[in-house]
Design a protein around this ligand. Structure first.
Ligand code: ADP
Ligand code: MG
Length: 686
């Protein structure tokens, strides 16, 4: 249970003065729904204003604070143009205050003949000096414009001043919290207490120490949660699965394992032979051959008399894995079944029965395979494919449920920069496949302006006339799955007009599962030449004859995501091409990002550079694909602070494993503050 002391932080923003449903709705657009969200709604910068007794040439272009006396208003006749209030400063200069909307408000706040403090950017307009949409206050009453003010991320309808006021109120309500940081560390870094640091970070100029402390807090909560997760997983005992080599020896492969595959399978087998459950992350770029490693690990489990389960993030991928495994394992007497949300009725019952009586050796499926109703006779190994949809919170959730954890192998193709591995996978041991199967030709990547789209379509025509297949990936439309689908439908319509209905297929996230699968199956069988898709094809799909990929609106994708997409081609022996279509008005950073894609096929390098190009000081706040999101911490913070936080959290657990002493209790508060409630459930009792 969350400690009472945090209650004021977790109340809804409506509890604040003057926040009704209307303002709450606007705040929600900024992801602010509770008081704590306001506290962590951090300034993105600051503005400086110049306080001056009167306007002058020297002040043009500056944000000024002036005391002015309005003497005349002029509204546009049509009612559409701006409204102007003419006001004079002490020296007899006239400044025109311009409002494009809300003339009623302007008239009320700038009464003729009364001095008002006005602030805004002083500009020259023809012969006049003007300020557009100045902020106005009554001297000595209410909020006065500050010379320096924090600037917040805003949304239409909320002014900076209003957000600032709300933050101040939230700060007043914030309690002092017990200190969870090791005293010697806080002293060495000169860090203030939590509440003081928050107050400092909202004050301009913000101090670097305050920011760093707040970053440390969330990294500490993250590291403590991961250590608790590891501890609770390792505390359990499970059946050792040493394997016999019988099945793996009979498995017929058309190729030799790469050195890297051989090394990682040894690491995995070493873990599986222990009675402490394995907790291993397998990282390997797209196409590096992780599936085969999983198959060998699962066979080792089966040899040892246990069952294995393979969890895929999507239905499409589950079906594909199922087909691959059937092909490889049917001949050697291993029984493989599939279970997704779609298996119903008798088919489902028969799978459930086969799992319970142990006649099914390997189960492939989506999240359905870990549901309560699914009872295994003896689940020995769980493999989770494409980890990036299965973040820390999901792992915590799973751990808080599992009484007898099986050996766990998590596989990801998302190249995580080294700096982030600790915060993303801190509880796991890591194996890396750092070598590609031989004979791959790197994908040739080109960046092409959207003006040349018709040439691209011509090229696509030649490609499919020669018997080739291609992916056409549609731009991501922000925050709206619906419009993603609409954009994809539009592109598919155009391509169908050009190449014929029967040649072009479409898949997007809004389609029903069976419809999606049948389109995928027709593409895999070569019946369709072009597959138009949104990012649903991002993970795992394997059609070696598709050697051309066209990505519309490429700049809107994350680089790591583009790299994943590109991994769909270049899977066969033939040479593959990826065309990144960029919009005409691309920023310099946008250009640099895309040319990096052109330069390298190395997923790790792309991830590292992507992180670097996000810019120093940029907060790791994107919760894309389930990765850990921070509100204050930047990549640099993670790099410098995560190792410290990890050893500090470890030290605390060594001294006080039940987190029951004063600092332990404070650390619990920290976990709750960052909503790691599940981690608290993993603390050892007694
Ligand atoms: P990913 O790591 O992206 O999951 P896959 O397991 O799908 O990669 O493997 C990509 C392709 O490489 C598959 O077609 C697979 O059969 C092939 N492959 C895997 N291992 C080897 C190997 N040692 N030699 C040659 N080809 C391999
Ligand atoms: Mg894969």
């Amino acid at each position: 249970m969350r400690p009472d002391i945090l209650n004021p932080l977790f109340t809804e923003v409506e509890a604040l003065k003057g926040v009704g449903p209307q303002v709450a709705k606007l705040l929600k657009k900024l992801d602010v729904t509770r008081v704590v969200d306001l506290l962590y709604h951090l300034p993105s910068g600051s503005i400086e204003r110049v306080r001056a007794p009167s306007a002058s040439m020297a002040l043009l272009g500056h944000i000024v604070i002036l005391d002015l006396k309005p003497f005349q208003t002029r509204e546009s006749r049509s009612g559409r143009g701006p409204m102007r209030v003419f006001a004079s400063d002490g020296d007899g200069n006239t400044i025109s205050l311009v409002y494009f909307n809300n003339p009623g408000w302007a008239k009320r706040s700038l009464p003729i003949g009364q001095v008002r403090t006005v602030s805004g950017k002083l500009e020259q307009y023809g012969e006049e000096w003007q300020i557009i949409h100045p902020e106005v206050s009554e001297p000595g009453k209410g909020v006065q414009p500050a010379v320096r003010e924090a600037v917040y991320p805003l949304t239409e309808g909320l002014t900076n001043r209003r957000v600032g006021e709300l933050v101040r109120e939230a700060l007043e309500r914030a309690p002092e919290l017990p200190e969870w940081i090791e005293p010697s560390l806080a002293a060495r870094e000169c860090w203030s207490a939590w509440r003081t640091s928050l107050a400092l970070i909202h004050r301009e100029p913000a101090t670097a120490d305050a920011r760093k402390r707040l970053a440390y807090d969330e990294i500490f909560a993250n590291q403590l949660a991961l250590l608790l997760l590891r501890q609770s997983q390792r505390r359990h005992r499970t059946a050792p699965l040493p394997g016999t080599g019988e099945l793996t020896a009979t498995l017929k492969l058309p190729y030799q394992l790469t050195g890297a595959q051989r090394r990682v399978i040894e690491e995995i087998r070493g873990d599986m032979a222990q009675s402490a459950p394995m907790l291993r992350l397998l990282q390997g770029d797209v196409g590096s051959g992780k599936t085969l490693v999983a198959v060998l690990a699962m066979l080792t489990a089966v040899e040892s008399g246990a069952q294995a389960a393979l969890l895929a993030p999507t239905e499409i991928l589950a079906r594909q894995h199922h087909a691959t495994l059937l092909g490889q394992l049917d001949g050697i007497g291993v029984r493989v079944a599939i279970l997704t949300g779609r298996e119903k009725g008798r088919a489902r019952d028969s799978v459930l029965m086969g799992l319970a009586d142990g006649s099914i050796n390997i189960l492939v499926g989506t999240h359905a395979i870990f549901q309560e109703k699914v009872a295994y006779k003896k689940l020995g190994l769980a493999v989770i494919d494409e980890q990036h949809r299965f973040g820390v919170s999901q792992r915590l959730l799973l751990a808080s449920k599992a009484e007898y954890p099986p050996h766990l192998l998590v596989m990801t193709a998302t190249p995580i920069p080294r700096t982030l591995t600790l915060t993303q996978y801190g509880e796991m041991d890591v194996s890396r496949i750092d070598e590609m199967p031989p004979g791959r030709t790197p994908v040739e990547t080109r960046v092409i302006s959207e003006e040349k789209l018709s040439d691209v379509v011509d090229g696509l025509g030649r490609h499919i006339a020669g018997g080739g297949q291609a992916y056409w990936v549609c731009p991501l439309v922000e925050e709206s799955e619906k419009s993603d689908a609409a954009a994809a439908e539009e592109s598919a319509r155009i391509l169908k007009l050009r190449f014929g209905d029967g040649k072009v297929g479409l898949v997007h996230g809004r389609m029903k599962g069976p419809d999606k699968d049948s389109v995928m199956a027709r593409f895999a069988a070569g019946d369709l030449a072009v597959l138009v898709a949104t990012t649903v094809i991002e993970v795992g799909v394997d059609v070696p004859n598709a050697t051309l990929m066209i990505v519309e609106g490429a700049e809107r994708f994350g680089l790591a995501q583009l790299h994943q997409l590109r991994g769909r081609v270049g899977r066969g022996a033939g040479k593959s091409t990826c065309l990144l279509i960029r919009s005409q008005n691309l920023t310099e950073v946008g250009r640099a990002r895309l040319s990096l894609m052109r330069e390298t096929n190395d997923g790790f390098r792309i991830a590292e550079e992507d992180l670097r190009m996000r810019g120093p000081g940029e907060i790791l706040g994107t919760r894309q694909s389930g990765e850990e999101a921070f509100r204050c911490a930047t990549a640099e913070d993670v790099e410098t602070l995560a190792p410290i936080a990890q050893s500090d959290a470890q030290l605390l657990l060594d001294r006080d494993g039940g987190l029951s002493g004063p600092r332990g209790q404070a650390a619990r508060t920290c976990l709750y503050l960052f909503e790691r409630d599940q981690a608290v459930g993993l603390i050892r009792s007694g």
